[in-house]
Design a protein around this ligand. Structure first.
Ligand code: ACO
Length: 424
């Protein structure tokens, strides 16, 4: 008989099936719990809740392992390219040359934006936060491509939606940036690849190969991270059969928060503040440890990684390459390294397993590339997009999928009688 967990409740014993993943991860299947017992589980922040079974990304936070479709992130970062990884995430296998060429061809069908979308972007004040601009503009695409509104989507439309999002999101991001510096948009040139096209649209200049590789790796490291806050949002929104643009827009908004992707902007602001306060990072370490102070060390800590974030290791290396190539001496890098060293030997951070995460060094790279600070989280969007699309695709192809609808434990008033306003 297959393995089960026994639950004793009010004198009765229930047997709950155990589910085992391919990496021997174990879960107690409680899907029948409420129907059988009347009880639900309570798990704020879903710290111990598996929301789906997924074959996309494996991560082991204790051992610092991250693999996409079984391939270690270190190998992909060393040998692959971002678009190849995007293909791998969506379709499950590395592409052959012919499959990859076809993928690029499909993408080049969307190398511009409808006029109306360009006009929408023009309406945003130049000082708008780019994350708000990009999430609203991505959502607006559903008005220009109503064929995606019919549900369920045919497989063919789903595939087209995925390549369309990969092609157009970066155009939206770069167009708004060009507007903020009072420059005309630079047309998309898919032959430059995802990263090259984006940098060219931003700066009207083809980047050097070392810079291109560093940013490509950075995007790759961000490409998916299993059921994180924004991917879960994508699955929740997509589970209601909302269209692909509304769904991805939901993911963008979830990423914006400073506890998630927004941390990369906050890291740079924090490092700048430390520099402006005279570089005394020990004072900021003490602030982060002080429970009466809401300040946290941005770019430190992770819900899942409790040993080290394998992405942060690779990023630190990329950071050195970019700064050397561009001949940038950034005092913020010294502050970041000092902060990391200090925190790594401080019992508060060690005992809570708080290590630099993916956001800690990425901002220094973006800054060196000339990306404005308020666009750092947009860079995360451009990297995370394939992950959201793969999670959405996997969910939509799963015939057992149900609308996401958690339960709650009600702790409000019991029934009471209405009192008219003049009697209160
Ligand atoms: N600075 C200081 N203390 C921290 C930090 C931090 N960055 N992160 C966690 N802690 C402390 C908490 O105060 C808590 O201490 P306690 O046990 O004494 O109460 C303990 O460590 C556990 O923290 P939680 O908030 O319970 O951990 P959780 O898993 O819920 O949060 C999170 C993870 C949100 C990433 C958190 O570490 C954090 O706020 N980090 C800073 C923001 C950040 O860098 N976010 C990016 C994450 S990566 C990503 O999303 C791409």
């Amino acid at each position: 008989m297959s393995e089960t967990a026994k639950l004793e409740l009010a004198g009765k014993t229930y047997e709950l099936p155990i589910i085992t993943g391919t990496e021997n991860e174990k879960a107690i299947d409680i899907r029948s719990l409420r129907a059988e017992t009347g009880y639900v589980t309570l798990d704020n922040g879903f710290m111990n809740t598996g929301s789906c079974q997924s074959g996309i990304t494996f991560l082991n936070g204790e051992e610092g392992i991250l693999r996409y479709r079984g391939y270690p992130i270190e190998q992909l970062a060393e040998q692959s390219r971002f678009l190849e990884v995007a293909y791998l995430l969506a379709y499950g296998e590395l592409p052959t040359q012919a499959q990859f060429d076809e993928y690029l061809k499909q993408m080049s069908n969307f190398n511009n934006l409808p006029n109306g979308v360009q006009k929408i972007i023009e309406q945003f004040p130049n000082n708008s936060h780019p994350m708000g601009v990009i999430s609203s503009t991505v959502c607006s695409l559903c008005s220009f491509y109503p064929e995606y509104l019919k549900m369920p989507l045919e497989a063919e439309d789903r595939e087209r939606g995925i390549v369309q999002m990969m092609a157009q999101t970066k155009i939206i991001a770069a167009s708004f940036y060009r507007q903020t510096i009072n420059k005309k948009p630079v047309p998309s040139d898919p032959s430059l690849g995802y990263t090259g096209d984006f940098l060219n649209m931003m700066f009207d200049k083809e980047p050097e190969p070392e810079i291109l590789k560093a940013l490509d790796v950075l995007f790759m490291l961000h490409a998916d991270h299993e059921q994180n806050c924004s991917a879960s949002t994508v699955r929740v929104v997509g589970s209601s059969e909302a269209n692909i643009f509304a769904t991805v827009s939901g993911g963008i908004n979830a990423l914006w928060g400073q506890l998630h992707g927004g941390a990369n902007q906050r890291v740079l602001e924090m490092l700048t503040k430390i520099r402006d306060a005279g570089g005394d990072y020990k004072m900021f370490i003490n602030k982060a440890k002080d429970k009466s102070d809401p300040f946290r060390l941005m770019g430190f800590g992770h819900r899942v990684y409790k040993n080290f974030d394998p992405r942060a290791k690779i990023i630190k290396k990329a950071c050195d390459v970019v700064l050397e190539k561009l001949n940038v001496q950034d005092p913020l890098l010294d502050i970041a390294k000092g902060l990391e060293e200090e925190a790594r030997s401080d019992d508060y951070f060690v005992s809570r397993n708080l290590y630099p995460n993916v956001d800690f060094y990425s901002g220094i790279i973006y800054k060196a590339l000339g990306i404005p600070t308020n666009m750092f989280t947009v860079m995360f969007v451009l990297g995370r997009l394939p992950g959201w699309l793969a999670q959405w695709k996997e969910m939509r192809e799963d015939s057992s999928i149900k609308i996401s609808r958690p339960r709650q434990i009600y702790v409000g008033h019991n029934k009471r009688e209405y009192v008219p306003i003049n009697n209160r």
